[in-house]
Design a protein around this ligand. Structure first.
Ligand code: G6P
Length: 809
């Protein structure tokens, strides 16, 4: 509506201006058309007079002289008599009058008058205005505008000479002597040329008054058409201009709106359309202001929108009627180890544990996991259960004991030599052995039995975690058909071709399709899974609603990006201040005070891109030698799956790379790379997060990666830069990080350099935004989404069952 008003505001003045211009041009146009018409009337008049000239000249001569040409030829000089019509003999005047009256029958001819050569009026038709006379007629006719206004309208005044015809001498000579006119014309009437034939002499003049009303009418019509034409032309031009303006305006407005919406303001997506160049300064300005506003807004809104353990608990009570929750994972949330000073509790380095443990604390219930710690058996009750977390006992951990053979075949063999490299596509060949598969199946069955044993009802909510338990959902479904089984696959899902490498691909898919809901971190992995099912199973896939129906059971395949628990006020209060963390880390590692510190914290796994990041550090020191002595990289690498060859050889390669770099760039007390290949407890990890300037996550492929989320959660000082691999699921959410391709050493080295030199204000801007994202999309929200979907599913299943029962009854 507004734009329409704007357009009208533009359209109306333009049309008015054009019409005004038309009115200014009209008098000019009038003059031109009058000149044309007057020329036409003059030629018309000349033609008429020409046609009448012989008869008229004779009649004039008679009227003037009262004699025929024959009489003239007898010697009466023309013009000898007075030039008054009344003084002429009547029959002479009648001839002229009748000639003129006949001529005036022409509808366009208003009146006509005959004058002699001396401008005496010989005769005039009835309408000829009294008092106009011959001389005045001549004067008017010679004007540029030969119009005469009369009471009935305007007339055009034209005065035309009437010449006496000159006889052909040859014709005269051929006449008999009696008929010959000798001389044929009085000498006074014929101007004799000195040589050649005699020139015609003037007999008089005819005054023709042409009716101009038709001209005026035409002129008025023309004027009307012209004004109409110019107005329409103006309108069309304005309309075209308006459409063009509208299109450009729309583009402009779109750009401006996009800016106001904030599209690309925080971090412009690579292929995002650029705003119009004239808006660039505004974009910059807005970008800054919006970030501040957004930060402010999120800070204000944060607590209200935030998902917390308490909210999750409420959701469980209201939407799932407080049904029992059972979690199954291979890795246990707390490991009890026999230490020199007795039993110690350790938190394993595991993204799964980081995410699921807070959820379990909120939901209570039972967690079933492999008891792998050396003192695990010592602390459980008669039912292999222990209350956790230590001292709080929010939930029960039910430990499953595996024999070394079982652990070897199921965990090291099938899960970590087979499925892990298969799904990560990190250029390590998957190994599939029949016995490993058999053990995998057997262990899955053992966990399924444990679930059934722990279930207090027919329909518990079972959360199955990860690639160690691909067969578990179908096994539980077989025993507890009413159970709601939520399976979450924490690692990537490859494309159908890659997955086809697994000799038991169909069995794995069938096992997973026992789930009510199957979750992945990203839509991309969901799609890969659906395509894999499509390739290897006879199942009905409804891509639009993301469901797969297999053997009369439906599974919802959905993406649920996992996250961490956002630290509460109590936790924050426990953390030592950032300078203190920095001081402690520097003291422990012997770092110079002004050093730029970069840290990597991972399990010692070949998928984490540790070698690639070391190469990037080396390249940075080569490219920017001014950083030698001032840039230190600390890699924490928690030992993992070390009994596997691939892992052992990978660890050796990393150690060699670290040694190589140190050998090249170390100076006196300065050591560029510190490889800390031992387990760090959460507090020690947090200290490093808070101490560092840069956190480097360069996974070659990662389902999500929670280390980067923990890092931003640790930085309540809003400082520090995150360098993040584009191949980690987290890169989709954490777009304010410096995103790199870890395979590209040069690019990663440049990102490290950029991070090292990033101004504090920019660090703050990025970090604030990253923190808002992680805070908002925390792990309680992740669990809540899955549980809410499960609740809907259960409700539907219950209603359907009731309907079936009614139908059967
Ligand atoms: C990944 C897997 C988890 C696993 C973790 C640690 O994050 O997705 O399931 O717990 O690595 O590996 P580990 O083999 O030590 O349990």
């Amino acid at each position: 509506m507004k734009t329409l008003r704007l357009q009208l505001r533009f359209l109306l003045p333009l049309t008015v201006a054009l019409v005004g211009a038309a009115y200014i041009a009209l008098p000019l146009l009038d003059q031109v058309t009058l000149r044309w018409f007057s020329r036409d009337l003059n030629s018309r008049g000349a033609l008429m007079v020409n046609a009448m000239s012989e008869a008229v000249s004779e009649a004039m001569a008679e009227a003037v002289d009262g004699a025929t040409p024959a009489a003239m030829s007898a010697g009466a000089p023309p013009g000898a008599g007075p030039g008054k019509p009344g003084a002429r003999p009547p029959h002479h005047a009648e001839r002229l009058a009748s000639l003129l009256d006949r001529a005036v029958r022409d509808e366009r001819l208003f009146a006509i008058a005959a004058c002699d050569a001396q401008d005496h009026l010989l005769h005039a038709t009835r309408a000829f205005p009294e008092g106009l006379g011959c001389a005045r007629s001549q004067a008017i006719a010679s004007r540029q505008d030969p119009r005469l206004r009369l009471a009935g309208g305007a007339v055009h005044v034209g005065v035309y000479p009437v010449l006496r015809p000159v006889p052909d001498p040859a014709f005269a000579a051929s006449l008999p002597a009696s008929e010959a006119m000798a001389p044929p014309w009085p000498a006074s009437a014929v101007a004799v040329a000195e040589e050649g034939p005699p020139a015609p002499a003037l007999a008089g003049r005819l005054v023709l008054l042409h009716d101009m009303s038709f001209i005026e009418k035409r002129s008025q019509d023309t004027r009307r058409y012209l004004v109409g034409f110019i107005a329409s032309l103006g309108f069309v031009v304005a309309l075209i201009t308006m459409i063009v303006a509208q299109v450009s305006w729309r583009g402009w407005v779109k750009g401006a709106r996009a800016i106001l919406r904030g599209d690309g303001l925080i971090t412009p997506p690579v292929n995002a359309p650029q705003p119009p160049p004239e808006l660039a300064p505004i974009v910059d300005e807005l970008r800054t202001n919006l970030r501040d506003l957004e930060d402010e807004y999120r800070r204000m809104q944060g607590p209200a929108l935030e998902w917390t353990g308490e909210r999750l608990r409420q959701l469980l009570q209201t939407q799932l009627r407080g049904d029992q929750v059972i979690v199954v994972s291979n890795r246990e949330p707390y490991v009890h180890e026999q230490g020199p000073d007795g039993v110690q509790v350790r938190r394993p380095a595991s993204g799964l544990v980081t995410a699921v443990e807070p959820v379990m604390r909120a939901c209570s219930g039972t967690w079933i996991a492999h008891g792998s710690g050396s003192a695990d058996r010592a602390v459980v009750d008669a039912h292999d259960r222990v209350g956790l977390p230590p001292g709080l006992q929010d939930y029960q951990l039910r430990r499953i004991w595996l024999t070394p053979e079982e652990e070897q075949g199921y965990y090291y063999g099938f899960a970590n030599e087979g499925l892990w490299p298969l799904c990560h596509v990190a250029h390590v060949r998957p190994v599939f052995r029949e016995p490993d598969w058999e053990t995998y199946r057997l262990v899955n069955q053992r966990f399924a039995d444990a679930v059934v044993a722990e279930a207090r009802s027919e329909d518990p909510v079972v959360l199955v975690q990860d690639y160690h338990f691909a067969l578990l959902p179908a096994m539980i479904r077989a025993r507890l058909p009413q159970a709601t089984i939520l399976t979450f696959w924490h690692i990537p899902w490859p494309n159908p071709e890659s997955f086809g490498i697994c000799p038991w691909n169909r069995e794995i898919l069938q096992g997973l399709l026992g789930s009510t809901i199957l979750g992945f971190h990203t839509r991309f992995h969901c799609r890969n899974f659906m395509e894999t099912v499509d390739r290897y199973l006879e199942a009905r896939i409804e891509a639009e609603v993301s469901t797969i129906s297999f053997q009369d059971k439906e599974t919802l395949v959905e993406s649920y990006p996992i996250s961490i628990e956002w630290p509460d006020a109590e936790t924050l209060a426990r953390w030592p201040p950032v300078p203190e963390c920095r001081r402690r880390v520097a003291a422990r590692l012997g770092l110079p005070a002004d050093v730029c510190l970069a840290v990597g914290i991972d399990r010692f796994d070949y998928t984490k891109g540790i070698l690639e990041r070391l190469n990037a550090v080396e390249r940075l020191l080569e490219k920017a030698p001014e950083w030698v002595g001032r840039f230190v990289f600390v890699q924490v690498a928690a030992p993992t799956r070390s009994s596997l060859d691939e892992y052992r050889s990978f660890q050796e390669r990393v150690e060699r790379a670290a040694e190589r770099i140190n050998a090249r760039f170390a100076r006196e007390a300065y050591q560029p790379v510190h490889l800390l290949a031992w387990h760090h407890e959460p507090d020690a990890v947090n200290e490093l997060f808070r101490a560092t300037d840069i956190l480097v996550v360069t996974s070659l492929h990662d389902g999500m990666n929670l280390v980067c989320k923990e890092f931003v959660a640790a930085r309540d000082d809003q400082q520090g830069v995150l360098v993040l691999s584009r191949f980690a699921g987290a890169a989709r959410e954490m777009t304010q990080a410096l995103i790199v391709n870890p395979y590209h050493v040069e690019e990663t080295a440049d990102a490290l350099l950029r991070a090292a030199t990033m101004p504090s204000a920019e660090q703050r801007e990025r970090m604030v935004s990253l923190r808002s994202t992680v805070r908002e999309f925390n792990v309680f929200r992740w669990a809540a989404r899955m549980l809410a979907d499960a609740a809907r599913w259960r409700l539907r299943a219950r209603v359907e069952a009731r309907v079936r029962r009614l139908g059967a009854g």
